[in-house]
Ligand binder design. Structure first.
Ligand code: PMP
Length: 403
């Protein structure tokens, strides 16, 4: 051993995580991080552990992962163009299709510019890190998604968190920055992914105007879902003109994968040459672009999907409250049932799955207020009977646990 260099255990830093993980998985009949959907049968039903299971924990709000038009477009495009681009958007990875999708999205959002990224996560990383640097200030809602926090880190900008959905707190913090010479960028989401809370974007627009800041909205969960045309919370609240940058994803309401940023600011042209998460990664494969375009057309042609989604959201929300469970106040397609302890949540989640209902088990620290959540998401594709069945199972399990 003498003379050998000392090796510092590279995994030692994970010890705390390992203990938490092992404690959790030991207490659970199945590992909540290793659920396998062996096969989706439809948007609302998948095979899990060999059984048909109702899917109430996907982000497939409009059911478009199963869109016939999108499937046909993907197959035809793969057959004619192949399955990948093998390159970055700024080298060999821009096909005519990428430009076409960007033009379509810009038109849909009624904005001058659109940049498409390979994921929604990268859309946040790539937009935030290109817009601000160490001389600037980011004002982030405290409950922001990890991709927003990671984009902030990558940017090097000063980060100030304001209380979740709280315009008064935001304004107080902005007032303190009166003499700051750098740019100020406020970031909020449309619908919050864990709780279903809807942001007061209209109030934030008023504040950003009065304080000389920019405003970016991540409409990942609200694109296709809210607003008369599906342009999100900003459309619903009538404040689109005041939002400088809208970011979002294709991986929820459109059922594919990829992300976007739309804006009227001409400056984004150069973002294509300084946004590292845009430049240093392969572009989306052509079949995904084609499927995304077809899903967008499908979404625009079927506004009734949004009406159905809202009806379904209201049905699930009311049903869960009726069986005595604690849900958020907003009726949105994300319906989160709050429980008190992690043990309770793990037991409840397992029992739901054993009774044929899959939801997301969301645990602290990934949840607001450090409370465990059973995060349900509703789809336009759910039938009223499927929702009632899920509510009945929730009710039975709640009774079993004495809740
Ligand atoms: N923003 C928000 C608010 C999200 O919830 C998510 C996904 N959970 C993302 C961005 C990232 O999107 P994607 O999973 O498509 O990369």
């Amino acid at each position: 051993a003498e003379g050998r260099p000392r090796v510092t255990d590279i995994f030692a830093k994970h010890q705390g995580l390992r203990e938490a993980y092992e404690g959790l998985t030991a207490a659970s009949p199945r590992n909540p991080f290793e659920v396998v959907i062996e096969r989706p049968i439809s948007a609302s039903v998948g095979i899990i552990e060999g059984r048909e299971t109702l899917l109430f924990g996907t982000n497939n709000y409009l059911g478009l992962s199963q869109s016939k038009k999108a499937i046909e477009a993907a197959v035809e495009t793969a057959e004619t163009m192949g399955v990948g681009t093998t390159g970055s958007r700024i080298a060999n990875g821009t096909f005519g299709l990428h430009r076409k999708l960007e033009a379509k999205l810009a038109e849909f959002f009624r904005r001058k510019h659109c940049m498409v990224f390979s994921t929604g996560y990268q859309a946040n990383l790539g937009t935030i890190s290109a817009l601000v640097n160490k001389d600037d200030v980011l004002l982030l809602d405290a409950d922001s998604h990890a991709s927003i926090y990671d984009g902030a880190k990558l940017s090097g900008a000063q980060v100030i968190r304001f209380r979740h959905n709280d315009p008064v707190d935001l304004e107080k913090r902005l007032a303190r920055l009166k003499d700051h010479t750098g740019a100020k960028l406020i970031i909020a989401e449309g619908i919050y992914s864990m709780t279903g809370n809807v942001a007061p974007l209209d109030k934030f627009v008023d504040i950003k105007t009065r304080h000389g800041a920019y405003l970016m909205a991540d409409e990942a969960h609200s694109f296709g879902v809210l607003g008369a045309h599906g342009r999100g919370v900003a459309e619903m609240q009538g404040c689109e003109d005041g939002i400088d940058f809208v970011v979002g994803t294709f991986s929820k309401s459109l059922g594919t994968v990829g992300g976007y940023c739309v804006t009227n600011h001409d400056g984004v042209d150069l973002m294509r040459l300084c946004s590292r998460p845009y430049m240093f990664t392969a572009s989306l494969p052509p079949e995904i672009i084609a499927a995304t375009m077809a899903a967008l057309e499908d979404m625009q042609a079927r506004p009734e999907l949004r009406t159905k989604l809202q009806e379904n959201a209201a049905r699930l929300h009311a049903g869960l409250q009726k069986v005595g469970l604690k849900t958020g106040e907003h009726v949105s397609p994300v319906v989160a049932v709050t429980l008190e302890t992690v043990d309770q949540a793990v037991g409840f989640w397992n029992a739901l799955l054993e009774n044929g209902v899959y939801v997301n088990l969301s645990l602290p620290p990934a949840t607001p207020d450090n409370r465990p959540l059973l995060r349900c998401s509703v789809m336009a594709a759910h039938s009223p009977e499927e929702i009632d069945r899920a509510v009945a199972v929730f009710g039975e399990v709640a009774r079993h646990f004495g809740l």
